[in-house]
Design a binder for this molecule. Sequence first.
Ligand code: PEP
Ligand code: MN
Length: 371
Amino acid sequence: MSFTDLQPLFPADLFGDNPIILAGPCSAESESQILEAARALSAEGIKIFRAGVWKPRTKPGGFEGIGSPALAWLAKAKEATGMLTATEVANARHLEEAVASGIDVIWIGARTSANPFAVQEIADAIAQLPAERRDSLAVLVKNPVNPDLELWIGALERLYGAGVRRLGAIHRGFSSYGKHLYRNPPKWRIPIELHRRLPEIPVICDPSHIGGKRELIAPLSQQALDMNFDGLIIESHCRPDEALSDAAQQLTPSSLSFILHSLKRHTDTTTTESLGVLRQQIDRLDTELLELLAKRMRVARDIGRYKREHNMPVVQLGRYNDLMQKRVDDGVTLDLSVDFLRNILAAIHEESVRQQLEICSNDNEGEEPKQ
Ligand code: PEP
Ligand code: MN
């Protein structure tokens, strides 16, 4: 499916050339908490206020959100500040209630986007909305909890298919087993691949749910801007330590504002002459690298023929371990990282083995392809 007639996510004058920013508490807890946070964030220049009304919790017993009554608090916050409002919906009823109460932006949470039945149910409810309401609704789709790009794209396609034209994606990291620096490791390769496949869909980064701790919000936000994400969604609470959900990752409105002002933006996308020269060097070096790799594989195939003639096994573990250790040691002295060296050397070795196995299994091996 191609997303050919998308509309801008938000009115052009809301952010201009600056990144899209949504901020607000993880959860709506009380009317006073919502109004206080909305006023403080609006005073810091925030234009879109987020708050979760229905909260998906991993286990029962946690704070599962106030539910429908909190929608009226968001409507009051909108009236008091003029901010747009955003909340999470997980089924058709949530969607209908959120739209009826004047919510401008909905997001589909990571647990919901992993479930095609739920996403389709929401998409069908959106398709039933009056055309002008559907046209004005901005819909953001978080990545599914599991690192499955096709599932994420599938959810975006279901919404586009239902007539959503203000459509964006939120990268919030991916669940993983065990202890990590991040609550949900970012696996940047996945949102970057999403952008490559669907360049017309804006991608917003959620450093709060990736990091899980206040200290990580600034560096993650900077990384997202360095990678040219279109915006950020960040959790903010006036008394973060008292928050009923996600206390460790919420920032006060003033710390949030401090971070946003300290982020370095990359506004210059024109290619200077010196960058052009450097890129030409990279192109040449990549060509040389590919030629070298092809040369190495030719030698590997010769070794494969020798092994076949002498009835030797293709993989000799001792030789592999020695080679790996020696190359990693050499590479480290050239300022390359151990992880990078291990990955690249293992990939090269795997391809050599594949080519040698091909030779050993092919007794009538023909001529070498001419280079
Ligand atoms: C949230 O944004 O409050 C939320 C529950 O996020 P996620 O779906 O990314 O866990
Ligand atoms: Mn949260």
